[in-house]
Design a protein around this ligand. Sequence first.
Ligand SMILES: Cc1cc2nc3c(=O)[nH]c(=O)nc-3n(C[C@H](O)[C@H](O)[C@H](O)COP(=O)(O)OP(=O)(O)OC[C@H]3O[C@@H](n4cnc5c(N)ncnc54)[C@H](O)[C@@H]3O)c2cc1C
Length: 285
Amino acid sequence: MREGDALKPAPFGYAKATSVEHAVALLGQYTDSRILAGGQSLIATLNMRLSAPKLLIDINGLDELRRIAVVGDWLEIGALVRHAEAERSGDVARHAPLIALALPHIAHPAIRNRGTIGGSLAYADPAAELPACLLALGGELVVAGKGGKRTIKADDFFKGLFETALAPGDVLTAIRISVARNESRCGFAELARRHGDYALVGLAAAARHDGKELRDVRLAFFGVGATAIRARTAEAAVALGTDPVAALARDLDPEGDVQASAAARKHLAGVLLRRVVAQLTEPRP
Ligand SMILES: Cc1cc2nc3c(=O)[nH]c(=O)nc-3n(C[C@H](O)[C@H](O)[C@H](O)COP(=O)(O)OP(=O)(O)OC[C@H]3O[C@@H](n4cnc5c(N)ncnc54)[C@H](O)[C@@H]3O)c2cc1C
């Protein structure tokens, strides 16, 4: 037996980052390195040898990435905030109700106790809830890299299957969402084989109700393409009061797989759209 064959993952080194700057420096120094956050996705890919980085850079000691705070008009959620912590947060419930609606659908409590907000967004699974929520909310991602800090709009962040705008030396440090106002509306629905499974199809939505009509409608589907997808034709239909399900055919072209055919996914997307549009028109509690 060769060295390392007795373990599930290929051999790797381990470094504990002492600050965000340290993590960025380590990423720059070791090109084949990866950030370790909650490990709920990364460790599985290592164990299946789908990925074999030479160095894991553990950011779990960085308390500066654990903050949930209102800063001006923004709710800022640190990248290391666990799904379960966000689920229990009064600030998230009050200022980002869409995220609060979505969190209980992510996996199971044991995974939510470890999985992080930043890990979910950096991993960018096309069937994950949070990328779609951030897209629907028009949020931003705060990133530290070798050139310093920058922000990336959610609309520009999700590039392809498990592919984001993060460069190899980048650490995602936080997300930012405009705090919900009285006129803000949101809706969320997903269909999964069992509660906690990744969604077959899901929809996160946000809008503004001006007293008469819905404005600034943003519909972000997940599980129907390589990334979370804005359904812009359906958004316009909702705002105009015409049938958004008929418009949806122009927005989505899902592929079939062992879980559901393309036709079933399209049909389910229409069902979810009707449910979520009904949620958007309800007054905010
Ligand atoms: C059985 C099971 C079911 C699941 N079901 C769902 C589900 O229904 N919906 C869902 O959304 N998720 C689901 N997940 C995934 C879960 O939400 C993970 O927590 C999440 O995808 C990754 O978060 P993490 O903190 O564990 O990241 P890790 O596994 O530590 O990292 C994931 C990737 O992101 C990178 N990364 C992590 N943090 C950062 C950062 N701050 N900056 C830059 N890169 C970073 C890592 O290098 C790695 O490439 C499931 C996981 C399991 C095991």
